[in-house]
Design a protein around this ligand. Structure first.
Ligand code: UT7
Length: 321
């Protein structure tokens, strides 16, 4: 079977930068609390661009960086929990804008694990011969799902998009995945949808993100290290073989705690949470694109990427660049 390699990356963030001090004028919070509990300093919040707009901009950069003709993309998967519409899917909207007319398109909802789950799906399509070139995007406009009066959540989230193009390849690339879901813990991170309202019933749904932060924190610190160990062992590598760990940017303390549990230097964990906050499914592809742009990631590097969050879900992948 062919290998599957990342051949291009892109990202896009709205221009509007909101600092912790800006939020302190909206809710009862402080830069000190937000920075020390999460590592977040700023986040980007859209002033009009929607989920599709962010996704299209990230996709265009990934297409340029991979040098692919959009007509050669045969699969587009968008990971998001904050689409502009229930239908059409964000992926179909992206397809229209980038003129990738030969692609099959669908969205995946796996919250902050969405990018890993989508990458896993696209990988499986290519491995089994159902696709050759896939565009995988993680995009969120979480500001539309945020309760701007709830200080425990509105300080955490940001808007943004990241994308990768993956292709069939002779070279080694994406090597392994370890993805699991724990639906029994779903109550810890929820966001309702539309009201159930018809001539026979009227049931109002909570439309904003509600999180039991401490439970999700514990879940991440317990399951993600196990997933990382599993994916490395299954691939027959040692933990020391991994050059960088790129985790979902939910909380700097989660990354530090996972580093400690795995007995790895914190320096091997890439962090950009200070600039963008928690962008859910977008955080990992944004980090990947930044690392390529800064020249941190080089051919031959081995990386582990890991997402975790609503569902509850988590997913880990081991990749050779
Ligand atoms: O992306 C999906 C995955 N998500 C995660 O992985 C998030 C995991 N959880 C976390 O990162 C952390 O639990 C949070 C950052 C969400 C919260 O940090 P924490 O250290 O668990 O704080 P807490 O919720 O226990 O709150 C501590 C105190 C409370 O006050 P009392 O009850 O001790 O008086 C809160 O009311 O901090 C208070 N508080 C705040 N104070 C100032 C909560 N939010 C704020 C705030 N500013 N924004």
């Amino acid at each position: 079977m062919k290998n599957v390699k990342i051949v291009g990356t892109g990202s896009y963030l709205p221009n509007n930068i909101i600092s912790n001090n800006d939020l302190a004028s909206l809710v009862d919070t402080s830069d000190e609390w937000i920075s020390s509990r999460t590592g977040i300093k700023n986040r980007r919040i859209t002033t009009g661009e929607g989920t599709t707009d962010l996704a299209v901009n990230a996709a265009k950069k990934a297409i340029v960086s991979s040098n692919i003709n959009p007509m050669d993309i045969d699969l587009i998967i968008v990971a998001t929990i904050s689409p502009d519409n229930f239908t059409p899917s964000t992926s179909c909207e992206v397809q229209k804008e980038i003129e990738a007319d030969n692609a099959m398109c669908f969205d995946i909802n796996a919250a902050c694990s969405g990018f890993i789950y989508s990458l896993n799906t696209a990988y499986a399509y290519i491995k089994t011969g159902f696709a050759k070139n896939a565009l995988v995007i993680g995009v969120e406009v979480l500001s539309r799902l945020t309760d701007w009066e709830d200080r425990s959540s509105c300080v955490l989230f940001g808007d943004g998009a990241g994308a990768v193009v993956i292709s069939e390849s002779e070279e080694i690339g994406i090597e392994n995945f370890h993805c699991k879901s724990l639906g029994k813990l779903s109550e810890n991170l929820k966001c309702g949808g539309t009201d159930l309202k018809n001539p026979y019933v009227s049931k109002i749904t909570d439309k904003y993100i509600k999180m039991n932060g401490q439970e999700v924190f514990k879940f991440a610190c317990s399951y993600v290290p196990k997933g990382i160990k599993a994916v490395i062992e299954e691939s027959q590598y040692e933990i020391e073989d991994i050059d960088y760990f790129i985790l979902h940017q939910a909380n700097e303390r989660i990354m530090d705690s996972i580093a400690k549990r795995l007995k790895i230097s914190k320096d091997k964990f890439y962090k950009n949470i200070a600039s963008y906050g928690n962008t859910s499914s977008a955080s990992i592809p944004i980090a990947l694109d930044e690392m390529f742009d800064k020249g941190i990631l080089k051919q031959g590097h081995k990386i582990v990427i890991a997402g975790f969050g609503g569902g509850l879900t988590y997913g880990v992948s081991l990749i050779t660049i």
